[in-house]
Design a protein around this ligand. Structure first.
Ligand code: PMV
Length: 319
């Protein structure tokens, strides 16, 4: 039984989204798949369930490791009562701000549903259950990664005290993105904690920054709906300035942004938690940006926005 989910890029609004501001996120063409199958050994013991990721990860749900604990939490959220083997694959770099863990979590949920013979549930339901896995890795994530992983498309995501608001933004035209990797792993948990500490020391600076980001996101939504790519690019640049002010940028991120702009990007910024990870650049033509990044030694790829597709978002099927 195979389940899949997509990776994501936050166009604008990361970090502020943790504090209740809206953020814009898009699903990308890279993602994760999971395949669930029965195992004979220890059939009655759910903690004997295995999770395998190529040659990198091979754990049992009962092991004393974060990834095993996350897997066990997911099995519980999916009401799995007997042992299962889940093999996952992904073409997303880990710890890079592209939602790799959320894509894996949602893909596993879908594979487990398929294995248990449960008809495909809503993307919201898959995302909600994937949060059991996400919380082990990231502490108290906003949920934006899981929402995007389960749906694709372009979403305005907001988590408030009363719950989550999700609006699908209908793009007036294609959105072409170049994504460059600093080559440096970044911990979402550490970067979110960094912002929390900064806010404790300098509440006015951080809250003013979040207000600025909130205004940028609201304008970016209008720009997207009007297909104003030049406007959207400027707003991304401004978002990057604010994120730098919160000390989330690095030399590599600044270099990637500069090279992208020099190669014709309409805007460029870090995406995800910062402190490493990836940069996203908006471009009419991503090719010169990718060439410039590769020449400077950065790995990169392009993606348009993954359309919202019932096929992709809901798939949980027999191979
Ligand atoms: O680094 P990522 O892909 O997990 O994205 C993190 C986005 C944050 O806003 C920094 C955290 C969150 O939980 O929303």
């Amino acid at each position: 039984m195979i389940g899949s989910a997509c990776g994501k890029v936050i166009l604008l609004g990361e970090h502020a989204v943790v504090y209740g501001a809206p953020a814009l996120v898009v699903g990308i063409h890279r993602g994760a798949t999971a395949e669930a199958s029965s195992i004979a050994s220890g059939a009655g013991d759910v903690l004997a369930s295995e999770l395998v990721l190529g040659n990198t990860i091979r754990v049992c749900a009962g092991d004393d490791l974060d990834v095993a604990r996350a897997f066990a939490a997911l099995l519980e959220a999916c009401d799995v009562a007997s042992s299962v083997r889940v093999e996952v694959t992904t073409d997303l770099p880990a710890a890079a701000g592209l939602g790799c863990s959320a894509a894996l979590g949602v893909a596993i949920v879908r594979a487990l549903d398929g294995w248990r013979g449960i008809p495909a549930r809503s993307p919201g339901d898959a995302a909600r259950r994937a949060m059991a896995w996400e919380s082990v890795f990231h502490g108290n994530p906003s949920g934006i990664d899981a929402a995007a992983a389960a749906r694709g498309g372009c979403l305005l995501y907001q988590r408030t005290e009363t719950g989550v608001t999700l609006r699908e933004i209908r793009l007036a035209g294609p959105l072409s993105l170049a994504i460059g990797h600093t080559g440096i792993a970044s911990s979402t948990r550490a970067m979110v904690e960094h912002v929390a500490k900064l806010r404790a020391r300098k509440p006015e600076l951080v809250d003013r920054s979040f207000e600025g980001i909130r205004a940028l996101v609201s304008n970016a939504r209008l720009a997207l709906e009007a297909n104003d790519m030049v406007g959207l690019g400027r707003l991304m640049d401004l978002n990057q300035m604010i994120l730098s002010g919160l000390m989330l940028s690095t030399e590599e991120i600044e270099t990637l942004c500069r090279l992208a702009r020099e190669a014709g990007a309409l805007g460029a910024k870090l995406t995800g938690s910062g402190g490493g990870g990836c940069v996203v650049a908006l471009a009419n033509d991503p090719e010169p940006i990718l060439r410039s990044w590769e020449k400077a030694g950065f790995r990169s790829f392009s993606s348009s926005v993954l359309p919202v597709s019932a096929d992709k978002a809901e798939r949980s099927e027999a191979p």
